[in-house]
Each structure stands twice: as structure tokens, then as C-alpha cells.
Design a protein around this ligand. Structure first.
Ligand SMILES: [Zn+2]
Length: 610
């Protein structure tokens, strides 16, 4: 019998690829050089859940190819209900790995971390001596578990993760094989937080709204210049997040996180662009992240997010260790400061619901000022530039000689496009997909109960232009110009009333304002309104034009002036005939008018709902 049990353990070990006794991870067994596949990852998550009542394994949706999206919930009392957890006084941290599935540090760090949290490991920098497995948290994690519940998505982009191979990340130093950047539909999930068109993102948004985690971490690997930092980070402290949350992130979170990381041997720096690409001495730049990106999105939802970017050229095990330390440190900070953060978030939510946001123009786009910088020390490597024999371009070569550069750091962002927010937007019932997508952001939407004619404000577009090559499967609208117009409009029964004073009040304008950063109009969801749908036959309009010119001396004058000033027009019979069509009563008066209405008057809104 004993022999039978022993062989069962061995068989299980071989099948699942890890030791049941120690719960060693696949990454640890590989000596820090490899990362597990999807099935191995799920099996390990399930094993963790079996080993500890504090770990619950579940899924939160399905990918395009039908794979389950995995989620671990780590709670001291094994609770899985957000409000029950809040009643215990705990805050929730959501950690997401492998949104870019070639960048897998977060998965390997998180699996070890969950194991260490619940299996009585101290949790240090040496993880390949896995725990005793007695199933009780060590003192290192006791305070964390008392105060923080962890939601861990080990692989978000599950389909991309299974496009597995050694050649998926040309710039990256390990692991041996890894997943692919985008999902099976070739879409980047980290451009989809606002438009929410992938099944993965739609599931993620439901998860986010259900939990409203007090803090969020998204784990990545960089591309870009070489430097000494194993880990760089970004928190949205440049002006687009609520003031109280920005102050907490700048003053309470970032300094303590950096100090802990420094003590763990990982000095950290903000994730930056360079004034000249690949040239850190030229200047370092931080920018406001748009809401199509993870931490940009959560910032606008009043839930600060931390972007981790480990450095692609550092050995894989160092990147995993740094990520482990960064997540652990974040949990320690939340264990101490989580309640304060939670209170600030409640204040920030109340600010939005109260309608305070409407009192000032709402910024849609920011630009980092290139006139406003501070000098900072940046831990780089010496580099030289020479002319390439192959490309003829400048070839920057980084040496292994560490050097501290004194560089200007530009991090003062200023709004460059703003909009006056209405009390409410009305989305006509026929734009059903737009309404459904907005609901995914937690928007509270009411429906009109009958057809009503009201006075609304909206936009009439002019000179629209489209991007020639596709971006995320869309030919984005690159030129968004309009006149503001007021008109009486029939609002059909079942249309969506979206008031702006609500928790997702910072998302709604980005989503619905044409100039929003990654708006639905930008992505082409409203392209149909730009199309001319009726055309006159030439011989019909020729006669119509003769009649119109005979009847209207003013029109004749306008026509002559147009021909004189626009030679292309003057030489194009079709343009000329279309000009007359557009001056005739047959013109499509709805072309180029935005279907979404803006309401600034409370009485009009009330009339709509009577
Ligand atoms: Zn990435």
C-alpha cells in the first residue's frame, strides 16, 4: 500500500510538473529559467486552493478561443464575497499578469507569493527553498492577510499565452519560451480598457466592477533603452486622477514602495520615455496614460493602479524577484494604509456622484510640458553612438559600465483638450452596442419610456479623416473637427439616459465625447454617420443646377466664387454636381451629425422622463 501511495505521488508529480509536498513552482524547479504553460498554471492554482482554505480558485470569463480566465482569491477567512471582505475591514488588491503574455514575471512571482502567503514561508528572495507546507501563514504575511485580500489573475491573455515559443520577444532575456503579446484575434488587451471589444476585457470589466479593488497592479516587461534598473514603475500622479488619490499615491505610496525595493536590492525609477529615443541623457519624460491602458483606466475609476515594467535585458529570475518584492511591498503598504486609501476613494467617488466634476472643463488630453523639468539622477550604462554600416542610421551601443546620469525629468502634464460636461448624454436606442459597452464600465443608465421631442446639443462634424493603416483592427478617425449645434430632436423610446454625476463619471466623457482619449467615435464605431447614402443621377442634377442658378442670384455668386478659389473643384464635374445636391432640398440633413445628444438643462432632462 505504501509503495502504491509513493508511486502515486511520483506519478502526480510528473503529471503536474511540481512537487505536491513543497508546492514548488514550475519556475522554481527550472532554476528560474522557465515559465509554466496555461494548463500547468491552472493545475498549480488548483493545488494551492486544495492546500489552503485561504485560497479559492475560480474563473471570471472565457477568451475568444474558449479558455477559462483564471482567478485566485486569497483571503484570510476564505471569503469570496467583496462586501463580506470589506465588513472584515480588509481592502482588496487586484494583481494581473500576462496581459502581454510574453511578459510573464507577474505570473511566476504571484504564484510563489500566494504559496508563501498561505503555506508558512517567510517569503524572501530565495524562493527555490519552498515552504514546509504546514498550511499556516508566517509572521511575514500575517499583517498582510489580516488587512488585505488578494485577487490574482496569473494569466489574463490566455490565448496569446498559448502561442508559446522562444522567439516571441526579440528584445527579451528569457524565460526560455513565453507567450505572445496579443490575443487570438491579434488585439492588444492593453489598448482595450475603454472600448472593451474583446471577450477578455469584457470579463475583466465585470470583475473590476464587482470588486472595485482599492488598488491594482499590472505586470509587464519593458522594451526601450538599457539601464541599471531591474524594475521601473508608473502610477498616475500627473494630474488626471482625483486630487486626494494623487496626493496619497505621490506622498504615501511611491516613496515607501521605492524605499522597500531599494532595501531588497532593486532601486526603482519611473517608467519613462526619452527626449531622444534610446538616449537617457537627452531627458526623461512621463506622460498621462490614456484610459485605453490599464493603470490609466483604473486611475479614472478612482482606484490607483501600479504599472510594473521590469527590464527586458535583465535575467528572468531577477525580474521575477523584483516583481515579487514589488507586489509584496504593495501589500505591506496596503496593510498599513489600506483603510486610509479606502476612505479617500469613498471621498473621490462621492465627489463624482455629487456632480462637482461638472463645475470645471473636463480635460480629455494632456501633454507633458517640455519647458518644465527637474534634474534627477538616472542609473544608466555608458553608451556610444556610431553610424551603422547596415542601416545607415545611428547605432546606439550600451556598455556594461554603470554610470549615473544627471538628466532633466519632464513630468508636468497640462490639459490641451477639454470639454464642458453636460448633465447627461442621451444615446439613441438604435446605438445598442454603444449602450452595452458603456454599461460594462458600470454606468448607471436609465431608458426613456416614450418618444419625446426635446431640444438637445450635439456636434456636426466637418473634414473627417481616417488613419490609412489599421490600429487595433480599426481605421481610427484622425481629424475630429465639429461645430456645436442645438436642435429639436425626437428621442425614441428606449434610448439611454447617462447622467455624468456617477462613479464612472470620468470614463463617460472619454467614451462618448468625440475628442475623448480613445473615444468610440475615434475607433470608428460611429463611422456610418459620415457616409452619404443618397446620390442624384448626373442628368437629374444637371437640370436641377440650371434651375437653381436661374432662381437664385446669390447661389450663382457663391458658385462662381467657389470655382475661382478652388481649382480642383472647378475641374471636377462630380464635385460640382455634388455641391448642387448638397445645396438642394434633397440633401441628407443628418449626415455628419453626432447621434449622441448632450443635455445641459435639468428641465429638459425631466421632460424626457415625464
Ligand atoms: Zn507589456
Amino acid at each position: 500500500m505504501k509503495k502504491f501511495l509513493l508511486s502515486l505521488v511520483i506519478i502526480t508529480t510528473v503529471l503536474y510538473g511540481y512537487s505536491q509536498k513543497t508546492l514548488e513552482t514550475f519556475y522554481e524547479r527550472s532554476g528560474g529559467k522557465e515559465t509554466p504553460r496555461y494548463n500547468q498554471t491552472i493545475a498549480f492554482c488548483q493545488e494551492l486552493a486544495k492546500a489552503s482554505p485561504m485560497v479559492h480558485y475560480t474563473t471570471f470569463g472565457k477568451s475568444g478561443q474558449g479558455r477559462e480566465l483564471p482567478l485566485l482569491i486569497v483571503d484570510k477567512d476564505g471569503l469570496t464575497d467583496p462586501s463580506a471582505i470589506r465588513k472584515k475591514g480588509r481592502v482588496v488588491l487586484l494583481v494581473e499578469a500576462c496581459i502581454h503574455a510574453g511578459e510573464c514575471e507577474g505570473k511566476d512571482a504571484g504564484l510563489m507569493l500566494v504559496r508563501d502567503m498561505v503555506m508558512g514561508n517567510a517569503g524572501g528572495t530565495l524562493h527555490n527553498t519552498a515552504g514546509s507546507g504546514h498550511g499556516a501563514p508566517s509572521s511575514a504575511f500575517k499583517n498582510i492577510l489580516d488587512n488585505v485580500t488578494l485577487l490574482f489573475i496569473p494569466i489574463f491573455n490566455v490565448d496569446g499565452h498559448e502561442r508559446f515559443g522562444p522567439y516571441n520577444r526579440i528584445n527579451q532575456n528569457g524565460p526560455k519560451e513565453m507567450g505572445w503579446r496579443v490575443n487570438a484575434g491579434n488585439l492588444n488587451l492593453n489598448r482595450d480598457f475603454l472600448k472593451a471589444e474583446t471577450p477578455e476585457m469584457q470579463s475583466w470589466l465585470k470583475l473590476f466592477n464587482r470588486w472595485m479593488p482599492e488598488f491594482f497592479i499590472d505586470s509587464h516587461t519593458t522594451d526601450g533603452a538599457d539601464y541599471q534598473y531591474v524594475l521601473t514603475y508608473l502610477v498616475e500622479v500627473f494630474g488626471d486622477m482625483d486630487e486626494g488619490l494623487t496626493a496619497w499615491s505621490s506622498n504615501n505610496f511611491v516613496p515607501e514602495m521605492k524605499e522597500h525595493l531599494l532595501k531588497s536590492g532593486f532601486p526603482a525609477f519611473p517608467y519613462v520615455d526619452y527626449r531622444r529615443w534610446h538616449d537617457p541623457k537627452s531627458g526623461l519624460i512621463s506622460e498621462v496614460a490614456p484610459p485605453m491602458l490599464s493603470q490609466g483606466y483604473t486611475a479614472l475609476r478612482n482606484r490607483p493602479g501600479l504599472l510594473i515594467e521590469t527590464h527586458m535585458l535583465k535575467p528572468y529570475n531577477q525580474r521575477v524577484e523584483a516583481t515579487y518584492e514589488c507586489i509584496k511591498t504593495t501589500m505591506e503598504i496596503l496593510a498599513k494604509e489600506g483603510r486610509q486609501l479606502q476612505k479617500l476613494e469613498q471621498d473621490a467617488d462621492r465627489f463624482l456622484v455629487s456632480g462637482e466634476l461638472l463645475k470645471k472643463p473636463f480635460p480629455l488630453h494632456y501633454e507633458t510640458s517640455m519647458k518644465d523639468s527637474v534634474m534627477v539622477d538616472f542609473l544608466g550604462f555608458e553608451y556610444s553612438a556610431s553610424k551603422s554600416e547596415v542601416s545607415g542610421g545611428e547605432w546606439i551601443k550600451y556598455s556594461k559600465t554603470p554610470s549615473t546620469f544627471r538628466s532633466p525629468y519632464f513630468a508636468q502634464a497640462k490639459p490641451v483638450v477639454s470639454v464642458n460636461l453636460p448633465l447627461a448624454y442621451i444615446i439613441p436606442v438604435e446605438w445598442a452596442e454603444i449602450i452595452t459597452r458603456l454599461e460594462l464600465h458600470g454606468a448607471v443608465i436609465r431608458r426613456t419610456s416614450r418618444d419625446t421631442v426635446i431640444s438637445i446639443q450635439t456636434y456636426k462634424f466637418k473634414n473627417p479623416k481616417w488613419q490609412q493603416s489599421p490600429y487595433e483592427g480599426h481605421h481610427a478617425v484622425t481629424n475630429i473637427e465639429y461645430d456645436e449645434i442645438t436642435e429639436d430632436r425626437l428621442i425614441p423610446k428606449g434610448s439611454a439616459i447617462v447622467e455624468t454625476n456617477q462613479q464612472c463619471g470620468r470614463i463617460i466623457p472619454h467614451f462618448l465625447e468625440p475628442k475623448g482619449n480613445g473615444s468610440m467615435l475615434y475607433w470608428g464605431y460611429f463611422d456610418a454617420v459620415f457616409e452619404q447614402k443618397e446620390y442624384g443621377e448626373n442628368y437629374v442634377i444637371e437640370q436641377l443646377a440650371v434651375n437653381m442658378l436661374a432662381e437664385d442670384a446669390g447661389l450663382r455668386k457663391e458658385f462662381e466664387a467657389k470655382k475661382a478659389s478652388d481649382t480642383v473643384f472647378a475641374k471636377s464635374p462630380s464635385n460640382i454636381l455634388n455641391w448642387f445636391y448638397n445645396k438642394s432640398p434633397y440633401v441628407d440633413s443628418r449626415k455628419g451629425i453626432y447621434p449622441v445628444a448632450r443635455i445641459f438643462d435639468r428641465k429638459i432632462l425631466e421632460a424626457l422622463e415625464k
